[in-house]
Design a protein around this ligand. Structure first.
Ligand SMILES: [Zn+2]
Ligand SMILES: [Zn+2]
Ligand SMILES: [Zn+2]
Length: 132
């Protein structure tokens, strides 16, 4: 594993699961997939992945979801300043990397450490279905 993480069985399985996903997943989703594993181990695995720059978390109203990072993320540094889009129909959250987000202009002496861009609506898969 490129990002220097000791590959325990749980970590390998969790990573494999994350690689298969087309949308972000919540702890509950992962838990349901590994129905015999314990929640605390899973939670710690995700926290380790997040610290190492492998996945990033997406805060939603009642849940936190996780999605794989791009190569530019590393230990302690995330560059996931892209838009997250939540679809109200399929309930999936996806990372939208190529949406142009204009830089946020702040008054003097304000320093940004993190910005979350979050949008809610109907995704391209669902809007295609409604048109048919
Ligand atoms: Zn990241
Ligand atoms: Zn959708
Ligand atoms: Zn993302």
């Amino acid at each position: 594993m490129r990002k220097k993480i000791t590959p325990t069985a749980m970590r390998i399985l969790t990573l494999e699961f994350l690689l298969e996903q087309s949308a972000a997943v919540s702890l509950t989703d992962i838990e349901n997939h590994f129905f015999r594993s314990d929640r605390i181990t899973l939670y710690r695995t995700l926290k380790t992945f997040e610290q190492k720059g492998l996945i990033h978390s997406i805060q939603e109203t009642n849940t936190t979801k996780y999605s794989l990072c791009k190569d530019s993320c590393g230990e302690g540094t995330h560059n996931d300043n892209h838009l997250h889009f939540y679809c109200v129909q399929c309930k999936e959250t996806v990372c939208l990397e190529h949406v142009d987000l204009s830089p946020v202009m702040l008054p003097p002496n304000f320093e940004v450490q993190q910005i979350r861009f979050f949008a809610k609506g109907v995704c391209n898969k669902c809007s295609r279905q409604t048109m048919q």
